[in-house]
Design a protein around this ligand. Structure first.
Ligand code: HEM
Length: 422
């Protein structure tokens, strides 16, 4: 591993024993700044470097050719992601209403304890992931974070378990005909919609299928992976539209063309016709991927397409943010927000653009996420002009300030103003 560190060099400020882990101390904005410095350094080293996080070495990749080789061959997620498991257990890795089909009212109350706990959980997990001295359970248990983490996990699991028990009882009593989604859509005349939770119960064999613990773990996974990611993606698009009025005007014209003059609901059939919206969403997720990194571990020695060798047991960080900003694949205007680049684009490599990752363990929900983001954005932009929040100076090409807590988010909380269009 030491030999590997020598030929996969970096020019980052590395300390004895700590490696680069000291660079992750600080705020969640500082952590994202460090991640972007690592990406830029990696791009200067042919898209592959190695960094030490205390006693563990991680290979960092921003070259899509090398990334694809790893993502197709190493299917195990690296142990560095294990702290998420305090919540998801053994679930296969959050739209509360569509996931669980119970009126939670979470999205209508931004101070709902479930959301507050979820946010605090992501902060705690990210801090622990990036600070190696907190990795050992023995040490972690002596810190105040441990107590908080346990409280949060207990609250969230009991919240979800209660819903699962109610749902099972509803199904038993036959009182499950209508769920929260159907109630919202009560005038559509569509057959009853099955929620994710109902489908899990049904397909796994009803009473004889998944246990309550398995249902709880899978539901947690969907909540964790599904809710905030799409909301964060759509919110980044809205902020970029507020900064780039020319892009917004072009998008508005497309919406008028496809939807006509009336303010009718956007349908699934409209979505493929929104070519420019597709480009705007893609260009936003290129510059601001809500999940900026993912990780794998090697189960044997690998020789990458470049001939570089990664030894068994190495953590590999697939730096999605860095790959999207690799000038070798995106050209000299890599940092410029230019949706037009995605119109008729032939990607230089299929993994050069991967906000949903790439290969057999990529995002399970990418089609749903894309459809839900486009529907929300088209609905809003058809009705409202999006302008920057009053106190935020219009700063044109200046990059957004972003922070990292499992997901990447806007430091200024995605603040914008909506002005009703006539
Ligand atoms: C803009 C929205 C989203 C983005 C950017 C996103 C991105 C990602 C990324 C980068 C991964 C990591 C894959 C890897 O390690 O290779 C992932 C995994 C996953 N995502 Fe998403 N995701 C989004 C929305 C969703 C939604 C809406 C769902 C569910 C409905 C979902 C379900 C999952 C699941 C289950 C995994 C784990 C797959 C596995 O480990 O095999 N995601 N997502």
């Amino acid at each position: 591993k030491r030999a590997m560190a020598k030929y996969l060099r970096n020019d980052l400020d590395t300390l004895p024993f700590l490696g680069i882990s000291h660079k992750f101390i600080g705020s969640d904005e500082d952590r994202m700044t460090t991640l972007s410095e690592i990406a830029a350094d990696c791009n200067r080293h042919d898209g592959i470097t190695a960094v030490w996080l205390a006693n563990r070495i991680f290979v960092v990749i921003t070259d899509p050719v090398e990334a694809e080789a790893v993502l197709k061959n190493c299917l195990e997620k690296d142990n560095i992601l294990r702290f998420v498991r305090t919540l998801t257990g053994n679930g296969s890795i959050f739209a509360p209403e569509t996931t669980m089909g119970t009126k939670l009212g979470i999205q209508k109350q931004d101070n709902h304890p479930f959301l507050a706990n979820f946010e605090r959980f992501t902060e705690l997990v990210t801090a622990r992931t990036l600070m190696p001295w907190l990795h050992t359970d023995f040490v972690y248990k002596f810190t105040p974070y441990y107590k908080k983490n346990t409280e949060i996990v207990n609250y969230m699991t009991s919240f979800v378990t209660k819903i699962i028990k109610e749902k099972r009882k509803d199904i038993e009593d036959g009182s499950n005909k209508k769920n929260a989604i159907d109630e919202q859509n009560n005038d559509t005349g569509r057959p009853a919609t099955k929620t994710f939770l109902e489908l899990l119960i049904d397909y796994s064999g009803g009473d004889k299928g998944y246990t309550n613990l398995e249902l709880q773990e899978e539901t947690m996974v969907m909540l964790l992976a599904g809710t905030d990611t799409s909301a964060v993606g759509a919110s980044f698009v809205m902020v970029m539209l507020s900064k780039h009025q020319d892009v917004q005007e072009k998008l508005f014209q497309e919406l008028l063309e496809v939807l006509g003059d009336e303010e009718r609901p956007v349908t699934a059939e409209d979505l493929p016709r929104f070519k420019y919206l597709d480009a705007v969403v893609k260009e936003t997720l290129r510059l601001y991927p809500p999940v900026p990194i993912t990780a794998r571990t090697t189960d044997k020695d690998y020789v990458l397409p470049s001939g570089k060798k990664i030894v068994k047991g190495t953590g590999v960080i697939i730096h999605i943010w860095g790959t999207h900003r690799n000038p070798k694949y995106w050209g000299p205007d890599v940092d410029v927000f230019r949706p037009e680049r995605f119109l008729d684009l032939q990607l230089a490599h299929p993994a050069a653009y991967m906000p949903f990752s790439h290969g057999p363990r990529n995002c399970l929900g990418y089609q749903y996420a894309t459809m839900s983001m486009k529907t929300a954005i088209a609905t809003l932009v058809r009705r409202y002009k999006v302008v920057p929040a009053e106190h935020i100076v219009q700063d044109g090409e200046k990059p957004l300030r972003v922070k990292f807590d499992i997901m990447m988010k806007h430091v200024d909380k995605f603040q914008i103003q909506l002005v009703r269009r006539k």
